[in-house]
Design a protein around this ligand. Structure first.
Ligand code: GRF
Length: 200
């Protein structure tokens, strides 16, 4: 059984989808730890309610970025985590954590990368940009995390049609629905070796 660590910042709906998939057995993994850079995040409360071990790690708990990076690495390795999932995590991952989990940190992004990715492209901004560009389709990307925002190898994508009357808000709802399915499906494919990650 593979062990997961989930990093969150906000409401945690993708985190919950992963926890639910583990509970229901459609994802053969266990969530060992949920880490948030935001001690007040809804996601931390939801994870606690699921009896999952949670930690708040941020510049508040560790003002020195190097020490924060070490604390993150030690927490993940101490929990024996195999894969780190970023589920709406708003901070950059430190170099030590990246090295310890090379090719094993996986992010979900609400667009068809490389379109609508990079700095500033998060939340509703992504869907606004998609509509402003007149795109007929958007979607979800699951990708590996490296030093640059939204640039790591793409592991899975699924498209979502943009309707002529879609607003950023209606599109966000449609895309999120697909996120909740594709994230768990992709992690299961990694576990099954039907998606092969580069050597780490
Ligand atoms: C999702 O849209 C995800 O793709 C992006 O951040 C959002 C997080 O939502 N990286 P939630 O916290 O999982 O509800």
């Amino acid at each position: 059984m593979k062990k997961l660590g989930i990093l969150v910042s906000g409401r945690g709906s993708n985190m919950l989808a992963i926890i639910d998939a583990c509970e229901q057995g459609s994802l053969s993994a266990s969530v060992e730890v949920v880490i948030s850079n935001n001690g007040d995040s809804v996601a931390l409360t939801l994870a606690k309610e699921k009896n999952i071990y949670v930690e708040h790690l941020s510049s508040c708990t560790h003002p020195d970025p190097d020490q924060l990076d070490v604390a993150m690495t030690e927490l993940l390795t101490g929990c024996d985590v195999d894969y780190v999932l970023l589920a709406g995590f708003m901070k950059k991952i430190g170099p030590k954590t990246l090295a310890a989990y090379k090719s094993r940190i996986i992010n979900i992004h609400p667009s068809l990368l490389p379109k609508f990715g990079g700095q500033g492209m998060f939340g509703i901004n992504v869907h606004k940009a998609v509509i402003d560009a007149g795109e007929k389709e958007t979607g979800v990307t699951i990708h590996l995390v490296d030093e640059e925002y939204d640039k790591g190898s793409i592991l899975a994508q699924r498209t979502v049609a943009v309707a002529p009357d879609d607003t950023p808000e209606t599109l966000a709802v449609k895309v999120l629905k697909v996120e909740h399915v594709l994230f768990a499906e992709t992690i299961q494919k990694i576990i099954d070796n039907s998606i092969i990650l580069p050597d780490h």
